[in-house]
Write a protein that binds this ligand. Structure first.
Ligand code: AHR
Length: 522
């Protein structure tokens, strides 16, 4: 099977906002407790944070982490997480039917972000609470001092404001499961007024309004139109969420779901344009895809955990999906979709980061380890920074009922002009055939392959575990080269690949140079 791609440095989609590779930590399951925070762990730092986890997060170069939820935020009192730990209240978390000790709050999370070399993306509670709590939280987090809430922060040990710029106005407010669920009009009005108040404090904030929880919600995409009609001039992003599953065990269909994601992004981009035109506005609103991942492996187990829970457990194992090799391919296709839509998707958050539907897992008192999906996320986050290239792609296709023709080749490319690199992220969706790929790069000048990595396995269902964390890892490929401006690569069936090229100076008359060096008279 053959496929051809043409890349040109002037044919671009957009500069990539590094926050496209963000992630998410919610007070849910073991994300916080025994995930990032475990004071008795042998690697715990002075704040009780696991240093082994911090090192893995740093390896991923995560630019932002959304916090504290998720569904959790919609009944969260942020004030419960400040002040001396021993006097913080234990609350019932209605979203996940668990107990919240509040031993970790905004101070602890902010310190963790500093240690993990990442930034905070904070969410305010617009479910059980509203504008007043949001503006107080903002004052606590961002005001220098001399007011009630900023002085409390200082008294609690943090003199400097954190100056968090990126704020979510609630979470999934279209979902009937959400505490304080609202209609689009109710939410749109509240989000608008909350945004206005927050901007009155700091007009340079970046605000994210809730879009649909998924593209199958009965209110989608009317929800986006109504909410943006209320909020367009006060917000910068509309949030979308999507989770992927393969319960039917149909790999070809599963791997085609990123086309559905692409359609979802395209529809919401259209709604944004519609409201922009309706408002006669020159301002742009972009998409913050702040929850995405594969999520289905743990669902049955979780039903049993919650049904069998005696009361309200603290930090039970919930949403602990064991990712398999097939999910590497899915996550690779999702990330390619975001890169190829980098003109409208500026922020995206892999949900979530530790233990809860996560690339990083921990054993309480034991090791932290990488799930299979760690690898495509790692490659995109570390090497996918720069400008997304608009590729011309010619690939054989297969038919999927609700999506039409789906290309076997899924690909994106990122040009980093400063580092002189072009990086390709590739998935071969074919179950049996190798893809002979030709990429024409003539206009880039002389390029050489500096890194070629593959993630592949003969067993789609293989997982990494605490005892066998290296069942699925990335492996270096040798022998791929660029000849006369053409990269030729053989992409194995059902494999993920990252190929990095670097520009170099190629002498025009190499024979003459050699003769001069050899001091030979011609
Ligand atoms: O990420 C898990 C949950 O999925 C989040 O709490 C919620 O926002 C979404 O439904």
């Amino acid at each position: 099977m053959k496929a051809a791609v043409t890349a040109h440095s002037k044919y671009t989609i957009s500069d990539i906002d590094p926050r496209l590779y963000g992630s998410f930590i919610e007070h849910l399951g073991r994300a916080v407790y025994t995930g990032i925070y475990e004071p008795d762990h042998p690697t715990a730092d002075e704040n009780g944070m696991r240093k082994d986890v911090i090192e893995l997060v740093k390896e991923l170069n995560v630019p932002i982490v959304r916090y504290p939820g998720g569904n959790f935020v919609s009944a969260y009192n942020w004030e419960d997480g400040i002040g001396p730990k021993e006097s913080r209240p234990t609350r019932l978390d209605l979203a996940w039917h668990t107990c919240e000790s509040n031993k970790v709050g905004i101070h602890e999370f902010a310190d963790w972000c500093t240690a993990a070399n990442t930034e905070m993306m904070l969410a305010v509670n617009l479910g059980s609470r509203g504008l007043d709590e949001a503006r107080n939280f903002l004052e606590y987090v961002n005001h220098s001092g001399g007011s009630e809430w900023s002085d409390k922060r200082i008294a609690n040990g943090r003199a400097e404001p954190w100056d968090v710029k990126l704020w979510c106005l609630g979470n999934e407010m279209d979902g009937p499961w959400q505490i304080g669920h609202k209609t689009a009009d109710e939410y749109g009005r509240l989000a608008h007024e909350t945004a206005k108040a927050m901007r009155a404090f700091d007009s340079s904030l970046e605000l994210v309004v809730c879009g649909s929880s998924n593209a199958h919600m009965p209110t989608y995409p009317e929800w986006e139109a109504t909410v943006l009609d209320h909020t367009y001039n006060e917000v910068d992003y509309i949030s979308l969420h999507m989770y992927f599953e393969n319960r039917a065990k149909n790999t070809a269909n599963y791997l085609a779901r990123s086309i559905e994601l692409d359609n979802y992004i395209g529809t919401v981009a259209g709604v944004i344009d519609y409201i922009k035109a309706k408002k006669r506005s020159s301002k742009n609103v972009y998409i913050s895809f702040d929850e995405w991942n594969v999520w289905y492996h743990s669902k049955e187990r979780d039903k049993a955990t919650l049904a069998g829970a005696n009361g309200w457990p603290h930090a039970p194992a919930l949403l602990e999906d064991d990712y398999n090799f097939e999910d590497v391919l899915q996550v690779g296709c999702i990330l390619n979709t975001f890169i190829n839509r980098a003109d409208v998707v500026k922020i995206a958050c892999l949900a979530q980061l530790i233990n809860v539907i996560a690339p990083i897992m921990t054993v309480p008192g034991g090791p932290a380890w990488r799930q299979t999906i760690f690898y495509p996320y790692y490659f995109a986050s570390v090497y996918g920074r720069g400008t997304a290239l608009k590729l011309m792609v010619d690939s054989p296709t297969y038919r999927v009922d609700d999506l039409g023709d789906v290309p076997y080749l899924d690909v994106s490319a990122v040009h980093d002009a400063d580092k002189k690199t072009v990086t390709f992220f590739i998935v071969n969706r074919h179950g049996a055939e190798t893809l002979d790929l030709d990429v024409s790069l003539l206009e880039f000048g002389a390029l050489r392959v500096i890194d070629d990595q593959v993630v592949s396995h003969s067993d789609l269902n293989i997982t990494n575990t605490a005892d066998a964390p290296d069942n699925v890892v990335a492996k270096a490929v040798t022998g791929t080269s660029v000849v006369d401006g053409k990269l030729s690569a053989r992409i194995a069936p059902l494999s993920y690949r990252m190929i990095r090229l670097h520009a170099y100076f190629k002498p025009v008359f190499p024979i003459h140079i050699k003769r001069y060096v050899d001091n030979t008279i011609v």
